[in-house]
Design a protein around this ligand. Structure first.
Ligand SMILES: Cc1cc2nc3c(=O)[nH]c(=O)nc-3n(C[C@H](O)[C@H](O)[C@H](O)COP(=O)(O)O)c2cc1C
Length: 207
């Protein structure tokens, strides 16, 4: 029996948001095809995590060094460790998010700060950082209205690319289900979305 962490970084209603539809299709299919597994859902907008900044950075540094923490730092370290431990404990992870203004929503970028912890998800070596996640399977589910996989917008894609790079650096084994071009090709939008949602359901069944 596996534990799967399903992360959603989009607070729009499903009928308006294709990446939420991807999330719903994946979760529903996974639950149907893996009834014995534990599914943990993490809605990053609902969690409303504090911005990863000086307090959390200092708290994590001091606790790694064995220094005494102030009450605020202890609280910050506890919050970071809660999300970090949850991520590490999951056997598999799925992350659904849109491309908005060329990038991923801020709560997801913020969350990466929480899980990017030296000694936990990666370590520093003389050859550079090395991942510690032992090929944890991660599915990235993302939607973007224009086409970014080829053509003039490739260089602008800053949603999937940085998330994939960070998780790859941590030693995760990532795969992607991307829906793209449904705003660019309005006449084919329904087919593009339906095909992507089916791929999400199939990927969940095989995950
Ligand atoms: C605030 C906002 C910004 C967006 N920026 C872009 C963009 O830079 N490029 C693009 O191709 N589509 C853009 N879109 C369209 C989304 O990529 C598209 O709706 C896609 O399905 C992902 O968002 P959704 O899951 O919320 O639907 C934007 C949509 C919103 C709501």
């Amino acid at each position: 029996m596996a534990t799967v962490l399903m992360i959603k970084a989009n607070d729009r209603p499903a009928e308006q948001a294709v990446s939420v539809q991807l999330y719903d299709a994946f979760v529903q299919s996974y639950k149907e095809t893996h009834p014995a597994d534990t599914v943990v859902e993490l809605d990053l907008y609902a969690e409303n995590l504090p911005f990863y900044g000086n307090e959390a950075i200092t708290a994590m540094f001091k606790s790694a060094q064995g220094f005494e923490l102030s009450a605020e730092e202890k609280r910050a370290a506890d919050t970071v460790n809660k999300y970090l431990d949850q991520f590490i404990a999951a056997d598999k992870v799925a992350i659904a998010f849109p491309l908005w203004n060329f990038t991923a929503p801020a709560p997801l970028i913020n969350y990466i700060g929480y899980i990017a912890q030296a000694g936990k998800t990666f370590k520093y070596t003389a050859e550079g950082p090395v991942g510690l996640l032992n090929n944890k399977p991660v599915v990235l589910l993302s939607a973007r209205g224009g086409v970014y996989s080829e053509g003039p917008m490739v260089e602008f894609e800053a949603a999937v690319r940085p998330v994939k790079a960070a998780l790859g650096l941590f030693g995760a084994q990532t795969q992607e289900v991307i829906i793209e071009g449904h705003n660019q090709f309005r006449d084919r939008a329904a087919d593009i979305i339906a095909e992507g949602l089916k791929k999400a359901a199939d990927t969940a069944a095989a995950f």
